[in-house]
Write a protein that binds this ligand. Structure first.
Ligand code: CDP
Ligand code: MG
Length: 715
């Protein structure tokens, strides 16, 4: 639908297109402090608080820092950290938690004497952008006094770096080498409300460390958090075993600091009827905002990269049809796998006279600061991981968000001035159908990597680990089973030597790590390294937007009957032969940035393998051994062909027995190998296997004899 055809009061089924049609009287009035209905307890988020405006750009950075809401709490915060073991800081997004608290600590001397202040983030993009910002505020170069570390990228200087931003996953990895994290004086666990697996693990482990290192200070910070439950979790004051308290000891009862924000009111608009297609509804809403509302940027929340790309494309098409005299739209996508230059665009301002529209996944909900957003369009959905221990299948599923998420999303509209949030769902859905809080990821995920990490950290009794939220016991049993089958754990559930210890050190999915270890004895570790590195990037292909046919043809040029993983190997070899040429990538529809990353990750893995004493050998063109190495890692995902059909061949997974199809993007989509192993499953209507390799079913019994009984395979 073209914007110019939209009239006031025009309706499409299930969606009212007038602005006034969205508004639900009684939600709030500008200038009031409003607590949203539905979540009335003490930990409510204040969505709106009328106070003086906040400007950026004109003041120098120091003045900007002093104007942040958290600045008023500087002294109190520092006093709390000085005297208390754990401080919980609650303050809305943008108030200055992530960028300021580590600087205050540094100024107060917490990084003196070679000590380091760490701040964790669940997302890599947030780690990078925040570290860059703080380096700028402190006028130091990134990687010197202020640095960051994410998987495969360590931008710090030992002995120099005082403030270090890390993903929670990296912090867990660091514990393997330094179990008490002795170099850190203060560790701030940020965005704790997101409850990612790694955050929960870090919280559990830090509690353990605190018992042994009472001088370590923890800060748990978040925009929306059940502060009391975190405070109870970290309350060590009742524990008698802890080293006797002396005058120097911090108070072991956690303190809570609440930062009053300076948010502007956000007016909420609900869809009057359920929305059938949130992408179309989002596009229509953005066009209406553009047509009817005064200047101000728009932030649209969708679910995943595919949704985001589709919406950006539709908005760009519509933008071309806008009347010539009207101001244009500047539409940008935001998701985790974005290249650095695309990231920079998102944070820069729109060309003069244009309205910036950022179409984002959940990533913009809390972890990054976007200036200038006045309008938020919330689809009400996000992509969430769900694991079923009975079938042992994990899938990313588009699911309704929680009320806490919805409030957080709408809050993003009130940073610069009073804003508006258009919710593409009904008020009834918000009040009665959405859960109050998002279920912690640890309770809905496969825990193979997590349990391996805990084992490697010497936590033998997984069931009795101090989980902030305990995962289902079935999930833990499933994980232990697989780790045993991979040869990582022995019958006493202890790490095996050397394989278990080696696999625990490799920062990859244990199935991929097992493939690497197996490849060494099979004589193909050089090839397996390349494959492992390619699996660490989202895709090695250029985005196919509108050019699917060309991409398919390019892929076919590299395709081999062995499957996707060996095809990636071909692409990488072509890339190396071209001298890593960007031009070669362009001609072959290969993503140059991704390939550079693959080469970098490969080099790091290679060093790690050498350190672990794993032999590096090449099988030249002997593909059988490589396929065997792949089978040794991915046997748990073995699936047998059941039925061929024009629509897609149907496979059945040996473990669990689910029906699966090969994803259309796989080079084996049209082939019908009798037995395959895959790396992941994507659910889009059907369960689709991705990164598929054809294997000989006979191998399965030899690589994991206890896992497959011979009779099962006689199909
Ligand atoms: O962590 P929290 O959401 O409380 O705020 P923050 O990330 O520390 O951001 C504080 C302020 O710094 C924001 O209000 C932005 O004005 C600014 N900031 C920025 O301009 N660019 C960034 N990359 C990060 C923060
Ligand atoms: Mg933050």
């Amino acid at each position: 639908m073209k914007c110019k055809h939209i009239n006031f009061g025009f309706r499409v089924p299930g969606f009212l297109l007038t602005m006034s049609g969205f508004w639900k009287p009684g939600t709030e009035r500008p200038g009031e402090r409003v607590v949203l209905t539905g979540d009335r307890d003490e930990d409510d988020v204040l969505l709106a608080a009328a106070a003086g405006g906040y400007q950026s750009g004109y003041m120098n950075l120091q003045k900007q820092r002093n104007r942040l809401p958290i600045h008023k709490h500087r002294t109190a915060l520092l006093y709390m950290v000085e005297t208390t073991a754990t401080v919980i800081v609650i303050g809305e997004t943008g108030c200055g938690k992530t960028t300021q608290i580590p600087q205050y600590l540094c100024e107060a001397g917490w990084a003196d004497g070679g000590r380091v202040i760490a701040c964790t983030q669940p997302r890599r993009l947030a780690v990078q952008t925040v570290a860059a910002r703080v380096a700028e505020e402190m006028s130091v170069s990134l990687g010197a006094e202020v640095g960051y570390s994410i998987r495969f990228e360590d931008i710090t200087t030992p002995g120099v770096t005082k403030i270090k931003y890390v993903t929670d996953g990296v912090l867990v990895k660091e514990m393997m080498e330094d179990p008490l994290l002795t170099k850190y004086s203060v560790i701030m666990i940020d965005e704790a409300h997101e409850r990612s697996i790694a955050t929960d693990i870090v919280l559990g482990l830090l509690k353990k460390i605190q018992r042994k290192r009472p001088e370590l200070r923890l800060i748990v910070s978040s925009a929306t958090l059940q502060a009391k439950s975190v405070a109870n979790f970290f309350d060590l004051s009742q524990e008698r075993k802890i080293i006797a308290q002396t005058d120097k000891m911090p108070n072991l009862k956690p303190a809570i600091v609440s930062v009053q924000g300076r948010m502007h009111p956000v007016r909420l608009y609900y869809s009057e009827e359920p929305v059938e297609n949130y992408i179309r509804a989002a596009v229509t809403t953005v066009l209406l905002i553009h047509k009817l509302e005064p200047p101000g940027d728009v932030l649209v929340f969708l679910t995943g990269q595919d949704d985001v790309d589709k919406t950006v494309e539709m908005l760009n098409d519509e933008a071309e049809n806008l009347p010539r005299d009207s101001d244009g739209l500047f539409v940008l996508a935001l998701y985790a796998g974005l290249s650095r230059s695309d990231q920079d665009l998102v944070f820069s301002s729109a060309p003069r006279g244009k309205r910036k529209v950022i179409v984002s996944t959940n990533i913009a909900e809390t972890s990054v600061t976007l200036e200038g957003i006045v309008y938020v369009v919330d689809s009400g959905f996000s992509k969430q991981r769900f694991y079923n221990p009975l079938t042992d299948m994990e899938a990313l599923v588009v699911s309704p968000i929680s009320r806490a998420s919805a409030m957080q999303r709408s809050g993003r509209a009130g940073r610069v001035r009073p804003g508006k949030c258009y919710r593409l769902y009904t008020e009834n859905t918000f009040l009665h159908e959405m859960d109050a809080e998002t279920v912690p990821e640890i309770q809905r995920s496969n825990l193979v990597s997590t349990i391996l990490q805990l084992k490697a950290l010497g936590i033998d009794n997984i069931m009795r680990f101090d989980w902030p939220a305990p995962p289902p016991p079935e999930t833990m049993v499933r994980a232990l089973e697989l780790l045993y089958a991979l040869g990582v754990l022995d019958t006493d559930a202890k790490l095996t030597s050397p394989v278990g210890y080696q696999i625990a050190e490799i920062p990859l999915d244990p199935m991929i790590s097992k493939m690497l270890i197996a490849s060494a004895s099979l004589g193909c570790s050089s090839e397996a390294l390349t494959i492992a590195a390619t699996l660490s990037v989202q895709s090695i292909w250029l985005s196919s937007r509108g050019r699917q046919k060309e991409l398919d043809e390019a892929r076919d040029r590299f395709a081999v009957a062995e499957g996707d993983l060996v095809t990636y190997l071909n692409v990488y070899e072509g890339f190396v032969k071209s001298n890593k040429s960007p031009q070669w990538c362009h001609t072959n529809f290969v993503n140059y940035q991704a390939m550079k990353k693959v080469a970098d990750v490969r080099a790091q893995l290679r060093r790690l393998m050498q350190r672990l004493g794993v032999k590096l050998t090449s099988c030249e063109n002997e593909m059988e051994v490589l396929k065997k190495a792949i089978a040794s890692g991915f046997f748990v995902n073995a699936s047998l062909l059941q039925e061929t059909s024009g629509e897609g061949n149907i496979y059945k997974r040996l473990r669990g027995g689910q029906e699966l199809l090969i994803h259309p993007s796989s080079v084996l989509f049209r082939a019908a190998p009798r037995c395959v192993v895959f790396h992941s499953v994507m659910f889009t209507g059907n369960n689709y296997m991705r990164d598929v390799t054809a294997v000989d079913p006979g191998w399965l019994t030899s690589v994991a004899p206890h896992f497959f009984e011979r009779k099962k395979l006689a199909v």
